[in-house]
Design a binder for this molecule. Sequence first.
Ligand SMILES: [Zn+2]
Length: 208
Amino acid sequence: MKVYILQLGEMANCTYVVEHKGKALIIDPTWDMKAIYKLIEEEKLTPEAVLFTHGHYDHVTGSHELMTKYKIKGYINAADAYNSNLPEEDLITYEGDYKTKIAGLNVEFLSTPGHTKGSVCIKIGDILFTGDTLFPNACGRTDLPGSNPREMSKSLQRLAKLPGKTIVYAGHSYGADGTGNTTIEKEVKNNPFIKMALREPDNFEDII
Ligand SMILES: [Zn+2]
C-alpha cells in the first residue's frame, strides 16, 4: 500500500490517493481534478472508490466530475450526505461506524462527530485519515452549523485510544512542517485539544 499526498486549492486541503496493487482509493478529492487525473494516469492506477471524511464543500468540490469520469462512487456518512450537495446517485451512505473491503483493503470508517455530525476518520491498516477532526496540534472547528464541541471531545478521546504508532493524515496541511502528517502518539503527548478532552472532558465545551 502506498499513499500519495496532493495539497490542492487555496485552503491547503489534502487529497490522498491510496494505492494497492494498481487500484486506488481517493480520499476527499477536491479543487483541482486535473492534478488528481495526472497522478492516476502517471502511476497507471485504476480508481475503485472515493472516500469522504465529511461533506464540507472544500473536501468535495469537483468530486462529482471525478466520480463520473471513473464511474465510481463515494462513501460518506449518511449524516453528512446532505451537506455535500453531491447527487444521491454518486454516494454510498452508511450510519455510525462502518467496515468494508475496497480495492482489496480493509477500510474502517470510525464515526467521529464534532466538526460535523457525519465526520469520520478512515482507518486503513495503521494509517488514519482524520479529515477535519484532528490536525497536528489542533482539532477541527466546532463553531459551524452541525458542529458540536461535546461530541468533538468524545471523538478526540476515542482517537487517543488508538495505537500510538497510528499514522495520521489530516484533511489540511496545517502542521508546523507544512504537512498534515503526525501520529497518535505525538498528538496524545502534544495536542492541547486532546489533552483537554482527556483531562477536562466536562469543561471542554467552555474552553475550546
Ligand atoms: Zn470541514
